[in-house]
Design a protein around this ligand. Sequence first.
Ligand code: ADP
Ligand code: UVW
Ligand code: MG
Length: 452
Amino acid sequence: MSEPSPAHPHMSDLILAANAGSSSLKISLFKRSDSASGPPDDVVQLLLTSAITNISAPPARFSFALAGHEAKSSKESVQSIDDHASAFAHFLDYLQRQASIDRSQIVHVCHRVVHGGDYFEPVVITEESYHHIEKLSDLAPLHNGGALSVIKACIEALPGANSIAYFDTSFHRSMPEHISMYAIRQDVAKRRGLKKYGFHGLSYASILGAVSTHLNKDPSDTNLIAMHLGSGASICAIARGKSLDTSMGLTPVSGLPGATRSGAIDPSLIFHYTNRAGRISHDRALAVDVHVTEAEEILNKRSGWAALTGTTDFGQVVRWMKEVQEKAKRGEEVTEDDKKWGRAFDLFLDRILEFLGGYYLKLEGKVDALVFAGGIGEGSVELREAVIRKAACLGFELDGDMNATVDGDNGVVVDIGKSKDGRQVVVCRTDEQLEMAKDFTGPNVTVDLGAS
Ligand SMILES: Nc1ncnc2c1ncn2[C@@H]1O[C@H](COP(=O)(O)OP(=O)(O)O)[C@@H](O)[C@H]1O
Ligand SMILES: CC(=O)OP(=O)(O)O
Ligand SMILES: [Mg+2]
């Protein structure tokens, strides 16, 4: 099969950006801004955002908000959403009915595709490139499957739009070979593409852009340890604007644990967990032609917080942990079951520290900022506090007040601490959709936002 054709985005009307995460589908609609000649972030103007969360732990929650119209945001549980394709269909329907936006004005659709293998540039989806991505999906069946089902739904619902795939793996192409390779036979590794690819690359590109601007530094002169902590969680060491190392590997299951993901385990563990590891799982039929083994199903879908505590929501893990701490303070009995919340929190903290410490050494201490991002990184005051308390030995100090009031600050990058020698601790509201959409340049369009 020949290589997919590179995307050359031309003039367009509306640009839709779809981000299929493991538990969510986040969608933003943009139009070209009036100041297309300004800074890259200004070439597109946000019109609306929508998010479908809890896809892996139904009922799914649907939210929709017009940019700058606080009153017109809505949030509801939707029983009919049980996968990414039905989530996307619900969004399109809502767009037409409730926001009166004509779908035919959407000319480009940017899709976040988690695994791009050795393809780094964005590619226009054609029959050929679709099948190419499908083939790559063997290395991220649970992630690429969701994105492919959205791409498929998009081609059917928006036949006039160009679908373009942007890869999470692209940002990590800079990892040195001795870091990205595994200590296995290299003839087999090369033939089968068995190496560390790394993920959340669109997020790390977004973080690098926003944080270097915040620090008043050129991205190519910026060193960060960036933590994208969401349903899928990873850490990246960024040296002079390039990925030096990251915690996810061949697939997104490695590194840190997540909502339903184990994170790094001893590779032998799975063969002791089940004697059906290599069999194709029949747990869930994906809407696309991607195969998932029982081992992948267990480690990707039946592990993480869900396995340790019964919930995929880290916010709930924190709330119950604090509840139990209060119980103990009151002198009430704390049961073994009560302790599961604190243990899940401590386990996550422990694994984060492993990478944080390692990356601090790999960057030889030259770290301009520690960055928290993703649903947990942006939302959990407690997790940030626990991490920075441990990073005190590296000279970082948290500002408790600033940390506690991040939610009330609208900035893209929010300071929450620093070190005596001027290194920063920040929260960054990463935006993978914007990172894709700002790739486009061209003339403006006018859109009637006649929301009902
Ligand atoms: N305030 C909060 N405190 C702790 N965790 C939170 C908070 N808000 C969201 N989260 C966690 O963030 C996760 C979603 O992360 P996100 O990065 O948005 O998802 P995805 O990985 O699907 O892209 C949720 O599962 C939830 O556990
Ligand atoms: C790569 C990955 O884990 O993505 P997400 O966190 O969006 O599931
Ligand atoms: Mg995500």
